[in-house]
Design a protein. Structure first.
Length: 82
């Protein structure tokens, strides 16, 4: 089980870094589903790892990060429809 949790955490971190690289290199926009989706999935992965290791500062940070990404996806799509 431990190795699965570690893989989930590392993949999550990788997705967040890919999102950061994409936005920093102007390959995507902050409102894009790609950027927000990478952040959402990545933050969930890191949160799972942090919960397992009981590192609650990281749990809080990444949970909030995931909520912000989810909010951006939901309300970003609503704004496009209007």
């Amino acid at each position: 089980m431990n190795i699965i949790i570690e893989i989930i955490g590392w993949l999550g971190m990788g997705l967040i870094l890919i999102a950061y690289w994409l936005i920093s290199s102007r390959r995507t926009e902050g409102k894009s589903i790609l950027y927000q989706g990478l952040n959402l999935i990545g933050a969930i992965g890191v949160t799972i790892n942090a919960l397992y290791h009981r590192t609650f500062l990281s749990v809080a940070l990444n949970s909030i990060w995931a909520v912000i990404a989810l909010w951006a996806i939901i309300f970003g799509r609503k704004a496009k429809k209007d």
